[in-house]
Design a protein around this ligand. Structure first.
Ligand SMILES: *Cc1c(COP(=O)(O)O)cnc(C)c1O
Length: 394
């Protein structure tokens, strides 16, 4: 492994401090490195491999599409994308879909749609967007501009401009940012990188009412918390509050790089039109085949029901762990998106877990994040807790 790691460090741009592991293959909820060591995976490629690794039906669907047609460009129709859009509309309750290649690109599209919607109303070009402190929306310039972590943004300023930051779950702080130029409010239904903070019911309702009153668009980022992770296909579906625009990615393709932004008919009819937005790869037949199969397998394998069954057990075991170790301050999260907030940096615990064959990730320096494949069982939870218990002891 060391040879590959050394080679990587000579060739790849050093934008990551990677764990010293070279991964080779996966099976269910386990990963193997190139020396054959097995790891229980509670990261799933950062909330991507919802269905686990080496899912035969998923793999066969991709192989079949590769042998037929991989790419067409968006100047022509292709069947997998048409079917994927139909299924995604049904799963989300939204009306129109634009497929992208990543989460960040879906955020870019959402921002463009919101600005165009406002532009068509008053012809101004100085509209503002309200985003949240501690948010994460991606690394491209638009997505970065609404990301509420100055550490990620500062060196790359100026961003797209006209962004105001409020505090998640503090409605008054949002209200204080509203002006006659506000065109959208954007946030993650459950903040991921920022430390696993779910939106509160009252916050969601008040924001929706504010947006309705002032014709401001509500944009919900469901890139990490969506796709069944919280026990709902999209996390916002729990609240009885619907966004005007939403983004999906990560588990949407379960490993094939895809994303999407979706909107209501009202926004679609008054925002992006022919020529306003595009992508070469987005929604190509291979991406479409992946999304199709993922959505089929979610239904056939009752993934959401499974999440609702196993997640309370994960919460219970994490709560017990919290009581056993003074280093852990508290647990918070929703469904299979959980965080343990600790009283100091967690890098040591995560490193120790890796040595013991458990893959975990942080969310900020002091929080351990749990975003496992959605197919984990109670036994997997027990196995994880047993290892983590030892790591905290150590
Ligand atoms: C990962 C993530 C993104 C960015 O997605 P990429 O595919 O990495 O561009 C945006 N928003 C949230 C909430 C995310 O977790």
């Amino acid at each position: 492994m060391q040879e590959y790691i050394d080679e990587a460090e000579q060739s790849l741009l050093h934008t990551y401090n990677r764990y010293q592991v070279v991964l080779d293959r996966g099976e269910g909820v386990y990963l193997y490195d190139i020396e054959g060591k097995r790891y229980l995976d509670f990261v799933a490629g950062i909330a991507v491999f919802a269905l686990g690794y080496h899912n035969r039906e998923y793999n066969d669907a991709l192989k079949g599409q590769i042998d037929k047609l991989i790419h067409t460009s968006n100047y022509y129709y292709n069947v997998p994308a048409v079917e994927a859009a139909k299924k995604l509309k049904k799963a989300s309750g939204m009306d129109r879909v634009f497929f992208t290649n990543s989460g960040a690109e879906a955020v870019e599209g959402a921002i463009k749609a919101a600005r165009k919607y406002a532009y068509l109303k008053d012809g101004r070009t100085d509209h503002e967007i309200i985003a949240m402190h501690h948010s994460f929306h991606g690394r491209t310039m638009g997505a970065l501009s609404v990301t509420g972590n100055p550490k990620y943004r500062e060196a790359f300023e100026p961003g797209i401009g006209n962004i105001r930051f409020a505090d998640m779950n503090d409605f008054d702080s949002v209200l204080a940012c509203v002006t006659d130029r506000t065109c959208a409010v954007i946030f993650e239904t459950v903040q991921g990188e920022g430390g696993i903070y779910p939106a509160e019911q009252a916050f969601m309702e008040k924001i929706r009412a504010l947006c309705d009153q002032r014709d401001i668009l509500l944009i919900l980022d469901e890139i990490q918390c969506g796709m069944g992770r919280t026990g709902y296909m999209y996390a916002w579906q729990k609240y009885g509050v619907k966004p005007d625009i939403m983004m999906s990615a990560k588990a949407l393709g379960c490993g094939v790089p895809v994303g999407a932004f979706l909107m209501t008919e009202k926004v679609a009819a008054h925002s992006l039109a022919a020529g306003d937005h595009g992508t070469t790869y987005g929604g190509n037949p291979l991406a479409g085949a992946a999304i199709n199969k993922v959505l089929d397998l979610f239904e056939e394998n009752h993934i959401i029901e499974h999440v609702r069954e196993v997640a309370p057990y994960l919460e219970q075991r994490l709560d017990e762990l919290t009581r056993r170790h003074a280093f852990i301050a508290c647990r918070r999260g929703a469904g299979l998106m959980q965080g343990l907030a600790c009283r100091g940096p967690v890098a040591g615990v995560i490193g120790r877990a890796l040595e013991k064959g458990l893959i975990l990730i942080n969310a900020g320096t002091d929080i351990i994040r749990f975003v496992p494949p959605l197919i984990i069982t109670r036994e997997n939870v027990d196995e994880m807790i047993a290892i983590l218990d030892e790591c905290f002891e150590d």
